[in-house]
Design a protein. Structure first.
Length: 238
């Protein structure tokens, strides 16, 4: 893991509220955070604690109500829609709980779609090899298991060689063994591409494979811990 002098993601006084007056909901409350290059961060916390809101702001999908968030020397807060679109396209790979593959395209074509608009992509077959799916290139999503479809989604996220890989409940819909294969694909992308990786999960067992574990509670970071020994995804149990 690299430790540059400055963080890749930085947040200061981040607040996100919905509604107003007595009905106001605080999704994030005055949150400060630094994430360093190449880290594999697991973000834990109860439902409603602000995990997705934080990830979406760091990924340029959402804007805070107040405070600042930046990626390297790019201020994300206050950036125009066009700037955020470019930031997402050039620098960020997303993986969500549901895979959102295009059913009428093959596995390879789904990944090619993103490669075709990226600046310096790897070949789709390389990305699919990284997630262990070299043998399913010509299949359609409906011919794959949920875990295989999620690994296609990981390949689609990494084919552009993103600087950051942001994952919201990537194993939420999967059984244990399949979930571990997806986690192994994420760990490999983090190690081999150096993509700074943030994974939201409700499953605290996954924290064992992270360099760093952040816990959110009521819109704040309530614990920030580093693991000295890392478990491999296949060693995790839940
Ligand atoms: N569009 C919205 N309108 C109103 N309230 C919202 C909206 N989006 C999020 N919230 C509220 O903000 C808070 C934080 O939501 P967020 O989705 O970030 O939590 P989370 O920790 O990711 O939850 P979960 O684990 O259930 O996905 C919650 O109380 C949620 O109800």
């Amino acid at each position: 893991m690299g430790q540059d002098a400055s963080p890749v993601f930085s947040a200061r006084g981040l607040c996100k509220t919905y509604g107003s007056g007595e009905a106001i909901v605080y999704a994030l409350r005055d949150l400060d955070l630094d994430i360093w290059n190449g880290e594999f961060v697991v973000l834990l916390g109860p439902s409603g604690s602000g995990k997705s809101t934080l990830l979406n702001i760091l990924g340029g999908l959402d804007a805070p109500t107040s405070g600042h968030a930046s990626w390297r020397d790019h201020e994300l807060t206050g950036a125009s829609e066009a700037e955020l679109t470019r930031y997402r396209r050039e620098h960020v790979g997303f993986v969500f709980q549901f895979y959102n593959l295009i059913p009428s395209l093959t596995v390879e074509e789904n990944v090619e779609l993103v490669a075709s608009i990226a600046e310096n992509p790897m070949k789709p077959v390389e990305a699919l090899a990284l997630v262990g799916l070299s043998h399913r290139l010509r299949h359609f999503p409906s011919q794959l298991s949920g875990g295989e479809q999620q690994r296609v989604a990981v390949a689609r996220a990494i084919v552009k060689r993103p600087d950051a890989l942001l994952c919201d409940e990537p194993t939420g819909a999967l059984d244990v063994e399949t979930g571990k294969l997806v986690l192994a694909a994420l760990a490999r992308a983090n190690a081999e591409l150096g993509a700074t990786t943030i994974v939201i999960t409700h499953n605290s067992a996954i924290a064992g494979m992270a360099n760093r574990v952040l816990r959110l509670g009521h819109g704040r970071i309530v614990a920030d811990e580093r693991n000295t020994t890392l478990m491999r995804p296949e060693e995790l149990s839940w």
